[in-house]
Design a protein around this ligand. Sequence first.
Ligand SMILES: [Zn+2]
Length: 161
Amino acid sequence: MSECCSGAVLPRKARSRCRICGQEGQTVKRVTMEHLLTEPALARLMNAAYFFCPTPTCPVVYFSNEADSYFHKGEVKVRVGIKETEDPVPLCYCFGITKQMVLEEIGATGRTTIPDFIKAQVKAGRCACEIKNPSGRCCLGMVMHVVFATIRSKAGGQSAG
Ligand SMILES: [Zn+2]
């Protein structure tokens, strides 16, 4: 039995786990990668199922264990918000919203209109997360996460509970 054939079908867990950070990846569409990989990286894109690594500290963005193919932050045209700690940290790629914009608005007014703005744009069909957001997913979840975390940390400083 040859090596190449014995390893052809990996169990689901092994297929979707990033081998750098060990975390489970999220499925990602090919169209997302085709839009966001740099040209040299795109030339290495294999015909296989890829996953997006959501771990903030991991440099891997896309991977396919099946094809033994890994793409890192430097091979993606945009900054991957979840993996950045310095400005600008993109939250919403379709409408150019950064983490800083959310923090500033909440800092100034105690609340933010950004989620409602994004929801209205999405409703009007102006969103293109599939080809603009590196994860290929709607950014609202990430935006809400940052909003809640910011409001909670503000409230936490003033009162307990
Ligand atoms: Zn990873």
